[in-house]
Design a protein around this ligand. Structure first.
Ligand code: SF4
Length: 411
């Protein structure tokens, strides 16, 4: 990408830059971080870094592309710093929770069950997804690799409770994210998650977000709320109908885009403002379509969360990543739109692995580093083509599809 000076000063631009390009880690910094990580399963995906204004970013560092990044994490006596070769900015690396080095009474490392990112813990009690290793698996998914082949293993309610207790005792479990892969049950996974939700609610003063599949009937949305979930997330992932069918064939065939939208619309009438959310992956469809998705979802009271797609080894999709100058205006639009429609944006915040609506406030006029060159990008011919270049992307995906069937690796 064309480097814009000033990204170091703006936490949201820097977060996008780091998530797209990764970071090189200096030897001293790596040694310090690794000492902390010893004996844990952490740092599989990236380093959690706290930027200015408490902006949290999970930054790739191991991947090939990260080794070519212009950004370097270095350590000195007075702390950690990120440099772009010209300037530098002080950052924090949050300490690894102590409980990561401990195990459940059944001998499972807590770090295998709970993934802590600042104030929240992600727990996937069952690694199973019925799409794994089939021709309808979501094309970007790596969850089958992350499960280390143990897709049949299920953590018991007690094992999950022990993990939450350990995280809670260190103040790391304000919000528990419970997630589940696809199953053929009509309830979208809520029947399975119910004992976990009820047990956590009974024993801890924690908020619970449930990331599940839209159930066939809305009574399961009511049930999700009734059993104590504070937030529900049904991830549409791709707004454009045709790309959704290409990239998420299983979801398209067995759930359907319309059902995603209906379930989200209904959930927004049941749950409080700002607690019903849906991912739209930035980089798997032209940004203009992500913007249409933002407008549509916010119209029905849903908060869009925009993870950035980064191809990595093992993933089927090899779409070229976008650049910060293309992505930043999408996040600025997200912030403006959520604010204009009066949806509470304080529930979905401070998440290191995605950029949240509230972080877009640093991208509106006056945000340091958000220069007119970025604002005006979409007024250029290249910008317009990037925003709406659906035909090119569609063709690319079709080429990938035929590449897969002729023997290239699948996820
Ligand atoms: S539903 Fe899709 S993204 Fe989720 S675990 Fe299954 S294959 Fe992966």
């Amino acid at each position: 990408m064309k480097y814009q000076k000033g990204y170091l000063d703006n936490p949201t631009l820097l977060k996008i830059e780091l998530m797209l390009n990764g970071i090189r880690v200096g030897k001293k910094a790596l040694d310090k971080v690794m000492v902390e990580m010893a004996g844990t399963d952490e740092m599989v995906d990236g380093i959690d870094i706290v930027l200015s204004h408490k902006t949290k970013a999970n930054v790739p560092y191991k991947e090939e592309f990260a080794r070519k990044s212009s950004y370097l994490l270095k350590s000195r006596r007075d702390g950690f710093f990120i440099t772009d070769g010209e300037g530098e900015v002080k950052v924090e690396i949050p300490p690894i929770p102590n409980f990561y080095k401990e195990k459940t009474t059944t001998g499972i490392p807590f770090s295998s069950i709970g993934d802590v990112h600042s104030g929240y813990v992600v727990i996937t009690p069952s690694k199973r997804c019925d799409f794994f290793y089939s021709d309808v698996e979501c094309r970007y998914c790596t969850a089958n690799f992350d499960s280390n082949g143990g897709t049949e293993s299920t953590y018991s309610v007690d094992e999950v409770l022990e993990t939450v207790e350990a995280a809670h005792s260190e103040g790391k479990a304000e919000i528990i994210y419970l997630s589940i892969g696809f199953g053929k049950e009509e309830d979208g996974g809520i029947r399975f998650l119910k004992p976990y939700i009820k047990a956590i609610k009974k024993h801890f003063n924690a908020l619970i977000a449930v990331e599940a599949l839209p159930p066939i009937d809305n009574i399961w949305v009511d049930e999700t709320y009734a059993i104590g979930a504070d937030s529900v997330i049904y991830n549409l992932e791709i707004f454009d109908k045709e790309l959704f069918e290409l990239i998420c064939p299983g979801r398209a065939k067995l759930i359907g885009r319309e059902r995603y939208i209906d379930a989200l619309r209904y959930a927004a009438t049941v749950f409080p403002s700002g607690t019903v959310a849906s991912h739209l992956i930035v980089g798997l469809e032209p940004p203009g379509y992500t913007i249409m998705g933002i407008d549509y979802l916010t119209d029905i009271g849903v908060i869009p969360i925009l993870p950035i797609y980064r191809p990595s080894p093992g993933r089927t999709l090899r779409v070229d990543p976008l650049t910060t100058e293309v992505i930043a205006p999408v996040y600025a639009h997200l912030y403006r739109t959520v604010k204009k429609k009066g949806i509470n944006m304080h529930w979905v915040r401070d998440i290191s692995i995605v950029t949240t609506p509230l972080e877009g406030r640093f991208l509106i006029d006056g945000g340091r580093g958000f220069r007119s060159i970025i604002r005006d990008f979409y007024n250029t011919k290249v910008g317009l083509k990037t925003a709406w270049g659906l035909a090119t992307l569609r063709r690319k995906l079709r080429v990938k599809e035929s590449g897969e069937s002729s023997g290239s690796s699948s996820s």
